[in-house]
Design a binder for this molecule. Sequence first.
Ligand SMILES: [Zn+2]
Length: 516
Amino acid sequence: MKRKFIKFLLPIVGLAVLFFAGLYWPLQDLKVPIKHGTILIKSVTVIDVVSGALIENQDIIIKGNRITEIGMSDSINSSNDAFVIDGLGKFVIPGLWDMHTHSNQHSEWLHHPLYIANGVTGIRDMSGQLNEKDSYWVGSKERLHWNTELNNNERITPRYVLQSSYQIDGSSSVPENFPDFFKLEKDEHVDSLLSFYKNEKVDFIKVYQQIQPNIYKKLALAAPKYKLHLAGHKPMFVSLKDAILLGQRSFEHGRIFMFESFPKADSLRNPKNWKALFSKFKKSMIEDFNPEIAIKLMTLMKENNAYWTPTLQTLKFEAFAHKSTFIDNPNLKYITSIRKNIWWGIDVKNNKKKNLSEEGNGLSTDFYNAAKKQIKMAKDIGVPIMTGTDVTDSYTFAGFSIHNELEDLTKSGLSNLETLQSATIIPAKFVGKEKEYGTIENGKIADLIILNKNPLENIVHSKTINGVVMNGTYYDSDKLNELKNFTQSISSSFHMNIKVFYSLISSPLVRVQFAD
Ligand SMILES: [Zn+2]
């Protein structure tokens, strides 16, 4: 009897030991490159992302984290001990900003190295926390800490350019045992929520899709008193027109005009069954699209200085989920098995089924193509468009996906220059920091990419990265490869997968988000 019991117990104990070993297995650190006192990039072509001019044969001097001088090669004096980068035949552009991402507690190993390796030097993280540190999602505390370490040259990370609240969506998105004010069920909750996030050094309230119109309005009107703004989804039950007029500063995803510009747009704002109606009306949104309505809304967006982040990569995934050429992506080697097989796996299966069904055949592809046409319309009217990827959604890859989004924006009808602007100067303006970022100019922060080929000739040349300067620190091509290899190796490790799994199942925020 005793022996039987031990036989039964052994494998359980073994598994538990394995599990805890994985959970507490120490994570290795990535070494930040040495910061040179002075860097001289010699004889390089500077791309002016405002005018599109190519300024050839330039020397750029970087001291600390700033560009301190730019001029014709050999016309400026650099100190003799400057670290010299040969820029002959190469091109310099500002670091790219991904304006829609989701970081988590594992981003320093799984995402940050890939962002830097791909020239993404700034990100706007669109998720956050309530009043407790979450096991999975990060909040302003973690992100601001990372920013400080970046400035001290102690951490490899893009800069977190704005701080987001948790996704505010009414009662359904708030787990039990958190303060009631997060649910925004009463008028007085509005001020409690805004002052809470102001104290947390948050910059904007991320609004989500099910927030009720009356409370959304109160939130929008009160936010400026706290120097906060609203950004995120167009709430389903609020018209785009009202949301623009109430001052929401950025609208996310490719569907915003589709929701508004078809005959049944009003019934989609029905709080009870909007999800079912959305599927039912998807076809009509494309076929019965009324450009006049869309043009009015786009004009209103431009007049009110509201920005659009279409995140085409998410619609592209839905459109191509049934194609093995799309699904067998070589970048999957950077993704943990937990995410690949569980989270993304389920998503692939569902979308594939939809795409191969009789009524769903071609529908997601049409939707993706319709969004691209609307990007062109919005651009022609003058709506500021920002590049965003929605990392870590299905088949979006930290760093890599921004180059796909750039390519898709040109396929939508933006010029190569306009596309570069959507990831550089336009986001810098959105954040109100165009004096510090967004172009290669004297006095600006030295976040830049050295490219082998000219992206104004062909936008795919944005991938020909030779080196990256991040906050004045130089990453050569060997270092950039090391960053990619680091994430590849850690994402396939047993211990990282255990850590991700445990943090997901321990997060009350993840539980309500999945239940929704
Ligand atoms: Zn998102």
